[in-house]
Each structure stands twice: as C-alpha cells, then as structure tokens.
Design a protein around this ligand. Structure first.
Ligand SMILES: *[C@@H]1O[C@H](CO)[C@@H](O)[C@H](O)[C@H]1NC(C)=O
Ligand SMILES: *[C@@H]1O[C@H](CO)[C@@H](O)[C@H](O)[C@H]1NC(C)=O
Length: 370
C-alpha cells in the first residue's frame, strides 16, 4: 500500500481551512439561542427598509437603480445594496425586521423585530415635513407600543419582558434635523431661534425622553448612532457653501455639540439605569477615517455620488432609471445623502467589533452577548 503524502497534506490543509472557517464563523455570528431574539429599528432613511413606500411622501427609494446590488431589487432602502441593519442581522443570524407600515407586518412576522425607520424623519416632529408624511421619532415610539400590544397577546407578559430584555434597539437619528431643518432656513425657523449649541441641546432633550420611554416599556439594550460628517456628503458639497474640493467645515463643526452630547447622554443613562445598556456608535469618526484614508478601504471617489445629478452628482438625488456609476465599491456615497453598501459595511463592521473609540463603552457584539 502506497501512502500519498501530497494528498494527505492536501486533506490536512483542507481540514485546517474548514476549521478556520468554522472558528471564524462562530466568532462572527452570535448564536440566536443565547443571543438576540429580535431587533427594533428606529431612524431615518439610513435604515428605512420601505416604510415610506406606504406613506404620502416624496422621500422614497422603491425604484431602480436603488437596490441595484440588492438581492430582491428596489425595496425602499436608500442604498445600492444592503444597509448597516441588514449586515447586523446577518451577524446575529436572524431575519431582517420588516417595515412597520406594511399591513403584512403582523403575527409571526414580527417575532424577530420590526423596523419603524422613515426617510426624512427627525428627532423633532416638524423635521423633513417638506417631503410629506413620515414617522418622526415620537411617532416611531408610539408605533413600537402598538407592536408591543400585539406581542403581549401572543407571548404573555412574563415571556415578553425576557424577550425585550434580550432584544436590541437601534436608533439612527439627527441627520435630518440638520439637513432637513436647521440647515434650511428658507423652510424652517430653527436657525433663527437657536444657536447651534442650543439646537443640539434641544435635540438631545427630546432624544433622551424617547429613549427613556422605550426603556420604561421594557427594552434594555440600545445602540444609538451619532451623526456622520454631513458637511462632506455630496448634497452639502454641492450647496455652494463649500470651497471646491473641501467639505463644508461649519456644518461639520456644529455637529460636534450633538455628537459629544449624545455620547455624554449614553454615559449618563448607563449610570442612572444599570438594568439597561446604552451604546454610542461614533459614526462621525468612522466616516471621517474613511474620507481621510479612502485608499485603506479601497475607495477611489469620496466627494461625488455614484448616482445623482449636477455638481458632485449631489444637487438632485438619484432619479428613476438613471444609470449609476459602474464601480460602486469604489464610491463612499451612493447618492446625494447616503453611503454605498461598501461604506456601510465598514461602518457595520467597526460598530460590531470595534474598540471603544468606534463603539462606546462596548461594541455591538459585546452588547448582544450580555
Ligand atoms: C402581503 O402578503 C401577500 C401574500 O404573501 C402579498 O401578495 C402582498 O403583496 C403583500 N402585501 C404587501 C403590501 O407587501
Ligand atoms: C412562555 O413561553 C413558553 C414557550 O413558548 C410557554 O410554554 C409558557 O407558557 C410561556 N410562559 C408564560 C408565563 O406565558
């Protein structure tokens, strides 16, 4: 009998490879049995999965080429492909939470969570009103309470409180309170009534109240996203306020008060509510790093949208049937306002397993395992 060393070596290598793949997978996904039963998503177009399709709103993305890289095509996601939430649920190993506004979102369809996010929505009720109907933060909290009533009927109070304490709440708010409110003095009065610091404090007061409302009805694990460097999005670069080739510095600067205040709020809520955990994701720092070091992440274009019209393809957003750029992984921005799937993947990865400078005081993976 002849032993064939090369083949043995090959199968040993294959075995090792399989083992590595297995270890890697088990490290990356959080098992559902002791992990996250459901996610509840509150926010704006960055995480909307189609709620606005059901509202009288012009802020919609349920047409091609939105979703050009998404398995089921255009859905209402403001991206060429997946959003950060799609990536998180894959890491948790659960199905994505369906949109609240869809009448089919009921029964067993809500057991892994519900998505309340609505394009143009803000922390303030009036934010984004020039786009038409939307679910503001406070309306999203009301909508969550109606989901709770249905869950309570199906699982009983005892099981419900355990389920809620293991579930994750994601909140992505603030961008529209600037872009579609404070920075539009021709349509909104906030700029005349508040200094940037006062405005940030107003937002944080309202935000804090709603976080506590969600806490008081049983949620225990919160991921709160800061606002990214909005002065660098194609819409702002094309606004005329930017020096060519630069971001709008005064816009980025005014976001500091909101982001730093949100991080402090998280610290405060963690100490005042030890039964709950609040996590702040430093979206500003992560996107800032991508924009400052695009090569590191394989990006080639940071100032122009992949799809859109006008200066920086940022003056008019991506139109129905418009041809987007070909190499979408090389672009940080998909349209005038939103990141590409490739940029979202960096953000999701760093929020999931990054250091406290990315996700504070712990990362999303650690939060899921509590
Ligand atoms: C609801 O589900 C039915 C059956 O699967 C489907 O035909 C219908 O299109 C769905 N409605 C919406 C609004 O998604
Ligand atoms: C909790 O759920 C389990 C399994 O689904 C069920 O058998 C049990 O009766 C429920 N407990 C309560 C108090 O509702």
């Amino acid at each position: 009998m002849i032993i064939q060393p090369p083949r043995l070596a090959a199968s040993a290598a294959l075995l090792l490879l399989l083992l590595l793949v297995f270890l890697r997978c088990s490290d990356e996904t959080v098992s559902t049995t002791n992990g996250v039963p459901a996610i509840f998503v509150f926010g704006d177009s960055l995480v909307d999965v189609g709620n606005n399709n059901f509202l009288r709103s012009v802020a919609r993305a349920n047409y091609y080429p939105y979703g050009i890289d998404f398995l089921s095509g255009p859905t209402g996601r403001f991206s060429n492909g997946r959003t950060v939430i799609d990536m998180f649920v894959d890491m948790f190993g659960i199905p994505n939470a369906p949109e609240f506004a869809n009448p089919n979102t009921t029964g067993v369809g809500i057991l892994h969570g519900v998505n309340y996010a609505s394009a143009a929505a803000g922390i303030l009720d009036e934010t984004g009103r020039h786009y038409g109907q939307r679910y503001s933060l406070s309306q999203q909290v009301v909508n969550f309470e109606s989901t709770l009533n249905e869950l309570r009927r199906s699982m009983g109070s005892w099981n419900l409180s355990r389920y809620l304490s293991k579930s994750l709440a994601f909140l992505v708010f603030g961008s529209n309170d600037y872009i579609n409110n404070y920075l539009l003095p021709e349509l909104y009065t906030s700029r005349f009534r508040y200094t940037p610091n006062q405005f940030a404090n107003l937002l944080l007061n309202r935000y804090s109240r709603q976080l506590l409302a969600l806490q008081s009805v049983g949620l225990r694990k919160f991921v709160v996203a800061g606002v990214g460097p909005l002065g660098c999005i194609p819409n702002q670069r094309a606004s005329g306020a930017a020096t060519p080739g630069r971001c709008v510095d005064n816009v980025n600067k005014m976001l500091g008060a909101f982001n730093e205040g949100l991080r402090s709020l998280v610290t405060q809520l963690n100490s005042q509510h030890p039964e709950s955990t609040f996590v702040y994701v430093n979206v500003y720092a992560i996107f800032g790093d991508i924009l400052n070091n695009p090569d590191t992440y394989g990006f080639r274009v940071v100032d122009t949208a992949c799809c859109g019209v006008g200066l920086n393809r940022g003056q008019i957003t991506c139109l129905p049937l418009q041809f987007p750029c070909l190499y979408r992984n090389e672009y940080v921005f998909w349209d005038a306002f939103h990141p590409t799937e490739a940029a979202s993947a960096i953000l999701a990865g760093r929020a999931f397993r990054g250091p406290p400078s990315d996700s504070y005081p712990i990362n999303v993976r650690q939060l899921a395992l509590i």
